[in-house]
Design a protein around this ligand. Structure first.
Ligand SMILES: [Mg+2]
Length: 124
């Protein structure tokens, strides 16, 4: 069964680049959603949860780490795998995100191979 995917990033250009890179990785999704901020993401997740979420960290209004905490409060998203995509690469920040419910981390600049490697474990 193909999985559903949501890309959350405040940059529309970055969402397009991520989407294109995901497609190049060869991974196939049954449904893809985009959200430009945390509130939009939560609204869409409330309407229909996704199985995999790619999430930016640095976003205005609601940071990626705040969004992770809020998604983890949604019972419908208990099984959603959250993979952060960011230039932020300090181990402290990564550890904090993982402790708060993120499932993985991809640093920019990324490659299709990197998406394949990090998302494949969640595709079954
Ligand atoms: Mg950003």
């Amino acid at each position: 069964m193909a999985k559903s995917l949501m890309i959350v990033d405040d940059s529309a250009t970055m969402r397009k680049i991520i989407m294109r890179t995901v497609r190049m990785s060869g991974l196939e999704f049954s449904r893809t959603e985009e959200a430009g901020n945390g509130n939009e993401a939560l609204e869409k997740l409330n309407a229909e949860p996704v199985e995999i979420m790619l999430c930016d960290i640095n976003m205005p209004e609601m940071s990626g780490s705040e969004l992770v905490k809020k998604v983890r409060e949604l019972p419908s998203c208990d099984d959603t795998k959250i993979v952060m995509v960011s230039t932020e690469s300090s181990q402290e920040i990564i550890d904090d995100l993982l402790a708060n419910g993120a499932n993985g981390y991809i640093t920019k600049p990324f490659t299709p191979e990197k998406f394949q490697e990090k998302l494949a474990p969640f595709m079954n």
